[in-house]
Design a protein around this ligand. Structure first.
Ligand code: ADP
Length: 322
């Protein structure tokens, strides 16, 4: 749904590619004197340039996710992406954002020690389940809004919010990850400079497509929230097509279609459709802020329960509410 299946827990750490770091040794020490050391465990997944493994801290047996990248990358652009990721992610601290602990170099690789999210991503969950129930969508949206509010208050735009970057911790809480495309946007001048095309085609906001519009702001993330909400409810992204150009055409003309009730086994209330429409506004200033979103009637409907807990079993099967 997000992108060609590049990553996933079921994947094996396939043969070395020129982009990816070599598999780490069984024990990885931090290079400084008296530094910690980690024993490398199971493979977690692979992205565009990172490979992720479990890592256990020798001192106290705490388990982390260790993101491994080549210290010298084949492409300048990747190196830049990684530098931004470290700079911005390392300053973030929030219950719904993957916690960044440290980064260090060992041999030819750089290791990033992150909070472990053992329950995969929302993308994997939606793939397995086809679509999510209303209580689950509400819970994930509320958590996501809290994380986005935190980022925007600090002038950070994530710019790549998508289901594959919403990881799930052991309690099935959302953890926003992958800050590779994030940017600090402090002023109109900054916004104007921000006119490089970034993001994933399905989730990209219209103002990012049109350079003549004069850049973009944090509001691109609110567009992505609309796309994510639609995709969790229906199981498919609102703007889908064979070619990138066709996707962009649909984005610019706001051409998305809700499933017919008869073809869809999940009832999607008008409140949910209204919330998605508010986020998918072509005029970025008119999109709601995270605080407005959580006040939307979708979260206050008569049967609008928001589960306090989710069982990890709901990664693969629809939860039964007691
Ligand atoms: P890239 O920056 O190369 O896209 P990602 O950050 O997407 O790499 O990480 C690659 C994969 O590693 C993810 O798709 C996921 O399967 C796994 N992964 C990343 N971060 C974590 C984490 N904190 N906990 C568990 N698995 C993770």
């Amino acid at each position: 749904i997000d992108k060609p299946p590049a990553a996933g827990a079921a994947q094996k750490p396939t043969s070395a590619s020129k982009n990816h770091a070599d598999p780490p040794p069984p024990i990885v020490p931090e290079p400084e004197d008296g530094g910690e050391s980690y024993s490398i465990g199971g493979f977690l997944g692979k992205g565009g340039f990172a490979v992720c493994y479990e890592g256990t801290l020798a001192r106290n047996s705490r388990v982390f996710a260790m993101k491994v990248v080549k210290s010298i990358m084949p492409q300048k652009k990747m190196e830049e992406k990684f530098r931004t990721e470290l700079q911005i992610h390392s300053k973030m601290r929030h219950p719904y954002i993957v916690q960044f602990y440290r980064a260090f170099a060992f041999e030819q690789s750089t290791y990033v020690v992150l909070e472990l999210c053992p329950n995969g991503s929302v993308m994997e969950m939606v793939r397995k389940r086809r679509c999510l129930s209303l209580p689950e969508v509400r819970r994930f949206m509320i958590q996501l809004c809290a994380a986005v509010k935190y980022l925007h208050k600090r002038f950070v735009a994530h710019r790549d919010l998508k289901m594959g970057n919403l990881f799930l911790d052991h309690n099935m809480n959302i953890k926003v990850g992958d800050f590779g495309l994030a940017a600090m946007i402090l002023s109109d001048k900054d916004a104007k400079r921000r006119n490089t095309l970034c993001g994933t085609p399905n989730y990209i906001a219209p103002e990012v497509l049109d350079k003549s519009k004069g850049g973009h702001t944090q509001k691109v993330d609110i567009w992505s929230l609309g796309v994510i909400c639609f995709a969790m409810l229906t199981g498919y992204p609102p703007f889908q097509s064979k070619t990138q150009e066709e996707i962009y055409k649909k984005v610019r003309s706001l051409a998305y279609v809700w499933p017919k009730e008869a073809d869809h086994n999940n009832y999607i209330p008008d409140e949910a459709k209204d919330l998605v429409a508010a986020c998918l506004n072509l005029v970025d200033e008119q999109r709601p802020d995270p605080d407005d979103i959580v006040e939307h009637p979708f979260f206050n409907m008569y049967d609008g329960c928001i589960p306090r807990q989710l069982d990890p079993a709901c990664r693969t099967s629809k939860p039964v509410w007691l």
